[in-house]
Design a protein around this ligand. Sequence first.
Ligand code: GAF
Length: 395
Amino acid sequence: MPSIQEKFTQLFGHAPSLMVQSPGRINLIGEHTDYNHGFVLPAAIDKYVQIAFEHRTDGMIHMHAIDLHETVTVPAHPLQPHTITWVNYIIGVVAQVQDYLTYAVHNKETLYKLNEGFDICIQGDIPIGAGLSSSAAVESAVIFALNEWYALGLSKMQMALMAQKAEHEFAGVKCGIMDMFASIHGEANQVMLLDCQDLSFKYYSLPLKDYCIVLFDTSIKHALASSEYNTRRLECEQGLKILQETYPAIQTFRDVSVRQVEECLFIHKEASNKIYQRCKYVVEEMERVQLAVKDLLVGDMKAFGQKMFATHRGLSELYEVSCPELDMLVNAVKDNEYVVGARMMGGGFGGCTINIIKSKEVENIIAQVTEKYHHATHKKLHTYQVKIEQGTHII
Ligand code: GAF
C-alpha cells in the first residue's frame, strides 16, 4: 500500500510540505462530565489520524480521504457545513481559523494566505464510530497543521477550543472539550486530569504494573447517538436551572451536592424522572473522578477499577447512554478476578468498553469474551490493546 506521502504526490502532482499525526483517545473515568464543568481523565493512544498538507494559490481546498477513497473540493471562502461528514472536520476548523484571523487578531495577510487554499490527504487507523474520537483527531491534526503552516501562534488549549467549536458548528454535535484536549495534549504513559471548569490540567502516571488496557469494540454505532448526546446536554442544563431556583448561588454542577439533587429534582418520588437521573449521575460521577485519582496516587488499581464499574452502572441506569451490547460486554467481565475495571467509554450508544486486565490473562479473556459476544449478538468482537502515547505532532 502506498504511504500517505506517495498517495498525496500521486493525487496532487507534488509532495506535501507538512505531515501531522494526531491520536485517538481513551477516557479512564469522568464520562459526560466535560460539558457539565466536571473532571475527565483521558489519555492519547497509539491509534492515529495522519494528514499531509500543502498550500495552493487558486482559492480552493482539495481534500482526499484515503481510507474512504473520496475526494472533495470546495472554495476556501466562504465555508458552509458540507453534506459529507469527514469534510466538516477539515473545513469546520478552517472556518474557525478564518474567524480568528478576521475578528480576534485582525491579521489580513495571513487570512489572505489561508484563503488561497490547500491540498490535504487524510488517513488513519482509529476505528470510526468506536468512540475513540477519530473526528477529534482529524480536527486536532488540521488545527495543528494550520497553526504550524500559517504561524498562528495558538496555544494547545486554543487549538483544542477551536477544534471543539468546529465540531459544534460544522458537525452539529455539542460535544465537550475532552476529545480534542486529549488528542492535542497527550503524553506517553500519562493520563490527564482536566478540570473542564477552568481548563487547568495535570499529568499522572497510570500505575498499571502488570495490567494493561484493552478495548472491546461492539462495532455498533446507533444513529441516535448525536441527537441523544445533545438531548443529555439539554436535560442537564434544565436540571441546573431548577437547582438554581432553590439555590441561586449554584453556578455550575461543581456547586451541586447529591443532597441538593435529591431535594430539588426527585419529583413526587418518581425515580424515573429523567432530569433527576441525569443530574444525579453527573454529580456522583464528578465525585467519583476525584476519588479515583486518589486511588491512582496510592497505586490502588483495584479500587480505581471498582469506580469504573460504578460509572458504567450510572451511565447505563441513570444517564441511559449505554446499549445492550455494551452492558453485555461489561457483565461478561465483571466477576472475572483478572479484570479490575470495565465500563462503556465515550458518548455511548455503541462504541467500545474500556477494560483494565491482568496482562498475563489478556489473551484468555479476549477469547472468552469474543466467544460470548458472538454467541449473544452474532457479531465479531474487535479488540484493541492500547498504549498511552504522545499527542498531536509533526511527523
Ligand atoms: C463524546 C464527546 F465528544 C466528549 O466531549 C464527551 O462528552 C464524551 O462523549 C462523553 O464523556 O466523546
